[in-house]
Ligand binder design. Structure first.
Ligand SMILES: [Ca+2]
Length: 279
């Protein structure tokens, strides 16, 4: 140190040199990291929305069904079709009534695309109706095993109803049981419902999704009951359910396109189903 004090320019020059090298390393790190990551050019953006998009993509690549709504095409019948993003054979088709449409909108975090269902309509009959339907497939039946399903959802506070179905398989009293995710109160709290035979379990989240922002909602069934997870906040209901295995299609956005069906009036992305190993 004494030596440095005798040559005053030397430590100053060293400090500047270190500062330049340090800054250059920081710049290299900042530029290099995103292009090395799986998200490519999107990796440099920040904020919770970008993080959840990345998380969803990583998680859902191993799901049994994943509707990402990034690609669509017109079928020979003129309806819109969406492929399974994990490469399965199933195709999701738009079914509509009364001029209802499924519109392509901006996806989570402003990247990619999602779908929007018809706006709120309070008439008793003739309201625009639309849903996206995946035909029943034995490969997508949980039976007695644990499974999870869900979606990323966006809902405006003024578009809630006492019955808005986001994704489901089976209906109220149909054979083979039922699983569904819905928003069934005007405050926008989502709930998961599972039924096997006559036994029904329901769990509602304490978190609302009706605030015009995206929320990731996951319903799970395990050996001890069912749970709903909204952005990482979990609520549970204990109980024992038997087999859930029906020939009904998976329907997104509404359980049907009739006047009394519970049409959802928000946006949906990343619908998924994941079968889990027996416990
Ligand atoms: Ca998407």
């Amino acid at each position: 140190m004494l030596h440095d004090h005798h040559h005053g320019e030397v430590p100053a020059a060293r400090l500047i040199a270190r500062a330049i090298v340090g800054a250059a390393l920081l710049l290299l790190a900042a530029c290099g990291a995103p292009s090395d990551g799986p998200t490519g050019q999107d990796g440099g953006s920040d904020g919770p929305a970008a993080t959840s998009t990345e998380t969803a993509s990583v998680d859902l690549a191993s799901a049994d069904l994943w509707l990402a709504f990034e690609d669509s095409e017109a079928s020979s019948e003129g309806t819109t079709e969406f492929p399974d993003a994990v490469g399965g054979d199933v195709v999701a088709r738009v079914v509509s009534a009364n001029g209802g449409r499924v519109e392509i909108v901006e996806g989570v975090g402003g990247t990619g695309s999602a779908i929007a269902f018809p706006p709120l309509c309070t008439g008793d009959a003739g309201c625009p109706r639309a849903m996206v339907e995946v035909e029943s497939d034995p490969a997508l039946e949980p039976g007695e095993d644990p499974f999870a399903f869900g979606a990323t959802v966006w809902l405006a506070p003024e578009d809630t109803t006492t019955g808005s179905n986001i994704v489901q398989k089976g209906r109220f009293a149909t054979d083979g049981g039922l699983w569904k995710l819905q928003v069934d109160d005007e405050e926008g709290h989502p709930s998961c419902v599972l039924r096997s035979g006559d036994t029904l379990l329901r769990v509602r989240s304490e978190v609302t999704v009706a605030d015009s922002s995206w929320h990731r909602v996951v319903c799970s069934r395990d050996a001890d009951g069912i749970s709903i997870d909204v952005d990482g906040v979990e609520d549970r209901e204990d109980g024992t359910l038997g087999s859930v295995d029906s020939e009904w299609p998976i329907r997104v956005g509404s359980p049907g396109v009739g006047d009394d069906d519970d049409q959802f009036h928000g946006r949906v992305d990343d619908v998924f189903l994941r079968l889990l190993p027996p416990t």
